[in-house]
Ligand binder design. Structure first.
Ligand code: PYL
Length: 291
């Protein structure tokens, strides 16, 4: 997992409305709706239910320490969706205690290994890698008008790519996977067959795979994994990978069909997964058809 730097997050909070309208232009849906789709919530929850969820974001000083702006950005994304979110004044254990003392529904914190949303009341763990994989797969599904029966190539079989593969299977896609370490592809294919009885295609040549797929999930930390030549007018890319795996020229070519952000989609999906974990009955009532 690439560790973000403050420059990756410094403009997110002030730009969320513009981000949301660009996302809507590309997918026909807002960030809240994409996150609902990712969390398998098929009816947008009423605002009062969302605002009832209280989230404490705790800065963590372990490892390489605090990323300037990270916790505030997480808070602003949750608040943008309508959640009651705050950053604790204290860091680390004192921050977790402060969150508990404020009766939060979820505690969010990230060290250099994991970024998680924890639900104290029902001991649930929502991992950013899971939320990000599902969030970008959901965005791709909405952007192309439904992935069912379509081939999708996942580039990068790390935690985000693995979770994206599970999400793509849920959306009915035919999944192919490439990783510079082919063993990781094989391991993913074996795991998905054992758990879902689904066969995915493992690709040994990225150039060949790119020539055969127009729907892509780019989940690597490589800055130039997709070359401009392999992109056409029908290419649609959801790219959770940081940094974005293509050149500026390539990005210009596919911008209208590209989903890429360092935190927004993953954090929004964590929020909706948290709502589902903490308010299952209220959500269930929302989901049941009227009458
Ligand atoms: C969650 C992000 C997404 C991509 N890489 C992940 C990352 O940068 N992880 C490290 C997060 C450290 C946060 C720091 C703080 O400010 O609390 N401990």
């Amino acid at each position: 997992m690439t560790r973000l730097i403050s420059q990756d997050v410094e403009n997110i909070s002030v730009d969320l409305d513009r981000f949301d309208s660009l996302l809507h232009a590309k997918t026909g849906h807002t960030l809240l709706e994409v996150a609902c789709h990712a969390a398998n919530i098929n009816k947008r929850p009423r605002r009062s239910l969302i605002s009832s969820l209280k989230a404490g974001v705790v800065p963590m000083t372990s490892g390489e320490g605090i990323i300037q702006g990270f916790s505030e950005t997480v808070r602003s994304i949750l608040a943008h969706l309508g959640f009651h979110a705050f950053v604790t004044e204290n860091t680390d254990a004192a921050g977790v205690a402060e969150a508990f003392e404020n009766s939060v529904d979820i505690v969010m914190m990230a060290d250099d290994r994991r970024f998680v949303a924890l639900s104290p009341k029902n001991c649930q763990v929502i991992d950013n890698s899971v939320a990000t994989g599902w969030g970008f797969a959901a965005g791709l599904d909405l952007m192309v008008g439904g992935l069912k029966g379509n081939k999708v190539l996942i580039i990068g079989c790390g935690p985000v790519g693995q979770n994206a593969a599970e999400a793509l299977i849920h959306f009915g896609a035919e999944v192919s996977a490439y990783d510079v370490n082919h063993e990781r592809c094989i391991a993913l294919a074996k795991r998905l067959f054992r758990s879902k009885y689904v066969n995915i295609r493992t690709e040994k040549s990225l150039a060949h795979a790119l020539s055969n797929h127009k729907f892509l999930i780019e989940a690597t930390n490589s800055p130039d994994v997709i070359d401009e030549k392999s992109l056409g007018p029908g290419t649609f890319i959801a790219a959770p990978g940081m940094p974005l795996g293509m050149s500026i020229a390539a990005r210009k070519k596919v911008e209208a069909h590209l989903l890429h952000d360092p935190l927004q989609t993953g954090v929004a999906t964590m929020g909706l997964m948290g709502l589902k974990a903490c308010r299952p009955l209220e959500l269930d009532q929302e989901i049941k058809p009227n009458g």
